[in-house]
Design a protein around this ligand. Structure first.
Ligand code: CTP
Length: 245
């Protein structure tokens, strides 16, 4: 679920040829809280190019054979902090922050595994990093320029998760409910809910919240301006003085 919005010339070099730091937004919230929709709404209203959404899901660890058998029976804990490759996640985000290109693993929920191919992201001016535990790792927390928590009622999250896991992740109703009771709910209380205190902004979410999105976008734009991003000018070639196609 890595999504890139790109147009024209990458704007992360200033007029002296130095790289500008990417603006890194952490988007945290329980499973099926609507993190992806919030990220897309921010991007729509922000309306600047070279924005990328990276998902923490891409950094799920590769399972051993035994762990894989447990996952098939909904008995593997994907909601524990140890389920993620934090080292790789931090390295990747650091590189992106420096404006460098990165390879992002592609995760397949149906088979609980990484695909053989990876997605290349060629750098970005804004990176939205979304996931259930984006505020859990201290090293990663320090990289974030803005921290947003999506706060959605647990009944709504369970209903969404049931629908999604059955239709998109090849699960059955019994497996989804078993996993929810055994892992998703208790791990939310243990790992995710306590990290809400790290958020700069908590967004109450039931499908939309235009006021919150506008406030967030205003703040991002202000900070991008401070960093010298001028997207209109960056889309003009100095050589010809004409907009790039
Ligand atoms: N998970 C799973 N099987 C795997 C790997 C992860 O069921 N092989 C589940 C974990 O239980 C975890 C969830 O995937 O709770 C994390 O994804 P989630 O945050 O629900 O997905 P998003 O699409 O990012 O959620 P949102 O609706 O908030 O955008």
């Amino acid at each position: 679920k890595t999504i890139c919005y790109t147009v024209g010339r990458p704007p992360w070099y200033n007029s002296h040829g130095q790289m500008k730091e990417a603006f890194l937004i952490g988007l945290c919230g329980g499973s099926a809280s609507g993190k992806t929709t919030v990220a897309k709404d921010i991007i729509d209203v922000l309306g600047v190019p070279w924005v990328v959404i990276i998902s923490l899901d891409s950094f799920y660890k590769v399972l051993s054979h035994e762990e894989h058998l447990l996952a098939e029976k909904s008995e593997y804990n994907f909601d524990h902090a140890d389920a993620f490759d934090w080292k790789l996640a931090c390295e990747t985000l650091k590189k992106l922050k420096e404006g460098k290109s990165v390879q992002i693993p592609i995760y397949d929920f149906a088979t609980h595994s990484r695909l053989d191919k990876q997605k290349t992201v060629y750098g970005a001016s804004v990176v939205i990093f979304e996931g259930i535990m984006t505020f859990v790792c201290e090293e990663l927390l320090e990289l974030l320029d803005m921290k947003i928590f999506v706060d959605t009622d647990s009944d709504i999250r369970l209903a969404r998760r049931l629908k999604r896991d059955i239709s998109e992740r090849c699960r059955d109703i019994h497996g989804v409910l078993k996993q929810y009771d055994k892992f998703v709910k208790p791990m939310f209380e243990k790992f995710i809910a306590p990290t809400m205190k790290f958020a700069d902004i908590v967004v109450p979410w039931e499908g939309e919240n235009k006021v919150a999105i506008n406030v967030i976008v205003k703040s991002i734009k202000k900070q991008l301006e401070k960093r010298g991003f001028n997207f209109r000018a960056d889309l003009i070639t100095e050589h010809e003085g004409k907009p790039l196609p």
